[in-house]
Design a protein around this ligand. Structure first.
Ligand code: SF4
Length: 200
């Protein structure tokens, strides 16, 4: 039997609904052991602090629960957030592991040209180096004028004030306001290769 994509989804959702209904009236698998186990899991209590997921510009609301020492012991979706209404994507749901993780890097890692090992550097050092190298590269590759097609088969020399030696690739954490400011900075430098990886 040939079925369309739309029919497939209709049949699938009907089958899932039937399975859930069967479970509800006791015709499905026995979940009592699971329920007993779930009741043994301690509910984490503490001070609840509303916050925002740090991973992307969707900006889902979260509630971080902290103990009396100020340590985060749980992070859940915030049901009061109009953005996510208590839900979190898999990445956001794992935010707890971002703050409580021995493998988390808290220092800048730098490997010098030709070196075979990484060094730890302060963030300010890294920022200054990025700014210095960006300016050096831009100044060494700045185009004040450029020959362009004149539309009649010839070329015309135009003032362009740009550089093709620097590119900017933004990440999903950058929100609208940051992107606006960032593109202003890049255009002021003459950067024309500007791209952003959106999450939505
Ligand atoms: S979509 Fe996921 S990663 Fe983005 S803010 Fe929401 S929970 Fe975080």
């Amino acid at each position: 039997m040939d079925i369309t994509r739309r029919q497939f989804f209709k049949i699938s959702s009907g089958a899932i609904g039937t399975a859930v209904a069967a479970e509800a009236v006791g015709l499905g698998a026995d979940t009592s052991a699971m329920q007993q186990q779930a009741q043994k899991v301690p509910i984490k209590t503490g001070k609840q602090v509303p916050t925002i997921c740090p991973y992307c510009a969707v900006g889902c609301g979260q509630i971080a629960t902290i103990d009396e020492k100020g340590t985060i012991i749980d992070i859940q979706g915030n049901p009061d957030s109009p953005i996510n209404q208590g839900t979190l994507c898999p990445k956001g749901a794992a935010t707890f592991q971002l703050v409580n993780n021995d493998l988390r890097m808290t220092m800048v890692k730098y490997r010098a040209p030709g070196s075979d090992h990484w060094e730890e550097k302060p963030l300010d050092w890294a920022m200054d180096r990025i700014a210095g190298l960006t300016k050096k590269t831009r100044d060494a590759n700045f185009n004040e004028f450029q020959n362009m097609p004149d539309g009649k088969g010839g070329t015309i020399r135009k003032r362009v004030m740009n550089t093709y030696a620097v590119a900017s690739l933004g990440g999903a954490t950058m929100d609208n306001e940051w992107n606006y400011t960032h593109q202003k900075l890049m255009h002021a430098l003459g950067v024309v290769y500007l791209e952003n990886q959106a999450r939505i």
